[in-house]
Design a protein around this ligand. Sequence first.
Ligand code: PMP
Length: 334
Amino acid sequence: MARIIHQLSLNENCSPPLPGVVEALSGALDQVHLTLDALADGLAADLAGRLGLDAGRVVAGAGSGALLQQFLTAHAGAGTTVVHTWPSFEMYPLLIRNALAEPVAVTGPDDRQDLAAVAAAVTPDTSVVLLCNPNNPTGEVLDAARLRDLLDALPPHVLVLVDEAYREFAAPDAIADAVELHRTDDRVAVVRTFSKSHGLLGLRVGYLVGAAEVVAPVRRTTPFYRVPTIAQAAAVAALKAEPEMREQCERVAAERDRVRSGLLDLGFDVPPSGGNFLWLRLGARNREFVEHLAEDGIAVRALAGGSGVRVSTGIPEANDAVLRAAGRFAAGLA
Ligand code: PMP
């Protein structure tokens, strides 16, 4: 296989950390011998203040992956089912099984999320409904009306955890804000991360919002010192740089949409996406497409058992390379 020149299989942020974040990181380096904020409560309080929530409704953790696992371990568990849509984040079934719960995958038509079918899959044994918004890998965005309808259809004992790992890449007026839904419905919990839009993947910072009694057991299972001081400092600086972060995400979203329209022109089936990635519905030709791009040094991802290939949005040069390779692929098929 050719050397990877464009890494577009991991949904990484294609921009380096913002200058304010780098500055905060270097400023924090000579403090690493000092006592840590063991559970990153300072960061959680900062987030709670920004969101206008009580501090007890926010907990910080070592990325959203860790928080998803803590949440499921605390609130799902043996004998319960966790209903989620499919295709979605490949880790969900694993995290659910790690919590000793049983995953129930609900597949909608054309890979879309069918929330009526999600509600229909809920039984008295269901502890949690887990949704990804925008959905990785399909990019589908759920609006507030669809989530409200789902909440109306669910029994009171079921918690709804919305994973908003990619929310900043979606149009703000199109995507539900699960924190807003949480304000009027304690069943709603939200997990967010600094790994994607803020570009702090390597520092491992995320947070979870939920009712105080939902957050408390998650906080109790947060390992001490898992979010290092430097990561906390970077996250606080990233929050201060919100306008620049938004601009960066808008640039990525514009590139994503440019690639999508190029692919549509070539005849590919690509649903609109609110993430920093696109989902090419290639069916049986998945593997062939991945291998074709690999010959040009472009790494993209065919999801296990999925009907499509996920292509992350990169810098313009990488996106141009995708369009060129996709053009040759389409010509070969004609
Ligand atoms: N949720 C989704 C939907 C993801 O795609 C990812 C990372 N690929 C995560 C959560 C975990 O991200 P992190 O632990 O870096 O916050």
